[in-house]
Design a protein around this ligand. Structure first.
Ligand code: AMP
Length: 361
C-alpha cells in the first residue's frame, strides 16, 4: 500500500517514518526537492496548485493525505476524483479561512473570541469601535506561526496595521487575556470511532510554538476539549487526525483555530504516548483500528527555532529524544525538536529546565 503526502516538511517526514513498520510506501509532493521528507521517500517536485503534479502523485499511490494546510482546495478536489483523499477536503477549506473556521465553531456551540470580518479601512474602524482595544488583526488566509497578524493596543496602532496587512481580506479578533494556551489532538476513523490525546499546555514565543507540556491534568477541560473536537470531527465526517487550539480564560476554553492534520503540539506523542499522532493518523486514513492515546509518562517538547543546539549535549540528558529535520538554519524556522519523558511531572520539569539551558535563546 502506498500513501501520498502533500507536503514533505517535517510533519510529512514523521508521518512516513511512523508508517514503515506497517510496510507502507510513501511518495511526497513538494516544491522543494530537498525538503526534509526527501530523506525518507521520493518527492514529486511541483507546486501545490499544479494539477499535473497532484495527478502524478495520485498515480503513484493508493490514497492521499496532506501535512500542509495551504493546498488549493479546487486542485485537491480534482485530484480527489482520481484517488481518495483524507482528511476531507471540506476540513481543509474551512481551516484555510479564519472567518469560516470561527463561523463553524459558532454553529457547533464552541466559544471563540468576538470577531469581525474586515475588508476595508471603514470595516476596520467599525470593528475596532465594536470590539474595543486591545484586539488582534489577522489575515483571513495563509497566516501561520503568528505571521500576518498585529496586536492593536492603541488607536495609533490601527493605521500602520492596516498599511501592513490591508491588501488582503482580514479578521479582527478581540484580544484574549488568556491564562494559558492548550490544544487537543484526536483521531477519527471511518467507523466514527474517535480517540483523543490528553490536552497539552503550549507556550509560544513571537507567535511560534516553543514548548509543549503533556499531559495537562484537568478532567473538566479535557471533557470540554474532547466534546468540541468530536463535534467538529462528526460534523465534517472526519477521517484522520485533527487538532484544536484553545485559550484558557478564567477556567473556560475559547477556540483559537483548528488544523486538519498532525500538529506540532502532538510531537510529544512519538515517545510520550502509547501510539503517536502520526501512526494514529495513518491508522485512521487507512481504515485500521485506532491506537491507544494514553500518555506513558510526563513529557515536554521543545522546538528548536532558527538554530540547532549541540546534539551530543541534548542526548546526554536522560530520557531525551532528538529530532533534527536537517533544514538549513534561518531565523524563525523550525529546525528540530527534542522531547523529554519522565515518570513524574516534577521529574519532567527538572529535565525541561536542563534542556532549555542547552537551547540557544
Ligand atoms: P495564531 O496564528 O492564530 O495561532 O496565533 C499565534 C499566537 O498569537 C497564538 O498562539 C496566541 O499566543 C496569540 N494570539 C492569537 N490570537 C489571539 C487573540 N485573539 N488574543 C490573544 N492572543 C492571541
Amino acid at each position: 500500500m502506498n500513501v501520498g503526502i502533500i507536503g514533505a516538511g517535517q510533519l510529512g517526514q514523521m508521518l512516513a517514518l511512523s508508517g514503515f513498520p506497517f510496510a507502507l510506501g510513501f511518495h511526497f509532493l513538494d516544491s522543494s526537492p530537498d525538503a526534509p521528507g526527501a530523506r525518507v521517500a521520493p518527492i514529486v517536485v511541483g507546486a501545490f496548485d499544479d494539477l499535473a503534479s497532484l495527478r502524478e502523485l495520485a498515480a503513484r499511490v493508493d490514497l492521499v493525505t496532506y501535512e500542509f494546510e495551504n493546498v488549493p482546495v479546487d486542485a485537491l478536489h480534482e485530484m480527489a476524483a482520481a484517488k481518495p483523499c483524507f482528511p476531507p477536503v471540506e476540513a481543509l477549506r474551512v481551516s484555510q479561512d479564519r472567518v469560516l473556521e470561527k463561523e463553524l465553531f459558532g454553529r457547533l456551540d464552541i466559544p471563540t473570541p468576538a470577531y469581525r470580518a474586515v475588508d476595508s479601512r471603514a470595516d476596520l474602524d467599525a470593528a475596532v469601535a465594536t470590539l474595543g482595544l486591545p484586539c488582534v488583526l489577522k489575515t483571513r488566509r495563509l497566516g501561520y506561526d503568528g505571521r500576518g497578524q498585529r496586536v492593536l493596543r492603541r488607536r495609533a496602532d490601527v493605521a500602520p496595521a492596516w498599511e501592513a496587512l490591508g491588501a488582503v481580506p482580514l479578521i479582527l479578533e478581540s484580544f484574549v487575556a488568556f491564562d494559558r494556551e492548550v490544544s487537543i489532538v484526536g483521531a477519527r476513523a471511518t467507523t466514527g470511532e474517535t480517540r483523543c490525546y490528553p490536552i497539552v499546555t503550549n507556550t509560544h514565543r513571537g507567535g511560534i510554538l516553543r514548548v509543549t507540556l503533556a499531559p495537562t491534568r484537568s478532567a473538566r477541560l479535557q471533557r470540554a476539549a474532547e466534546r468540541h473536537l468530536e463535534r467538529v470531527m462528526d460534523h465534517l465526517g472526519y477521517r484522520g487526525v485533527l487538532t484544536l487550539e484553545f485559550f484558557v480564560q478564567r477556567g473556560r476554553l475559547v477556540a483559537n483555530e483548528m488544523a486538519p492534520r498532525v500538529h506540532n503540539s502532538g510531537h510529544w506523542t512519538i515517545e510520550g504516548a502509547v501510539t503517536s499522532q502520526f501512526e494514529n493518523h495513518l491508522r485512521a486514513i487507512l481504515g485500521l483500528p485506532l491506537g491507544d492515546t494514553s500518555p506513558v509518562g510526563h513529557s515536554a517538547m521543545v522546538n528548536f527555532i532558527g538554530t540547532m543546539p549541540d546534539a551530543a549535549r541534548i542526548l546526554a540528558l536522560p530520557g531525551a529524544h532528538l529530532h533534527d529535520y536537517g533544514k538549513t538554519p534561518r531565523p524563525g524556522r523550525k529546525l528540530g525538536h527534542a522531547t523529554v519523558v519522565a515518570p513524574t511531572a516534577a521529574g519532567r520539569d527538572a529535565l525541561l529546565k536542563r534542556l532549555l539551558r542547552l537551547v540557544p535563546p
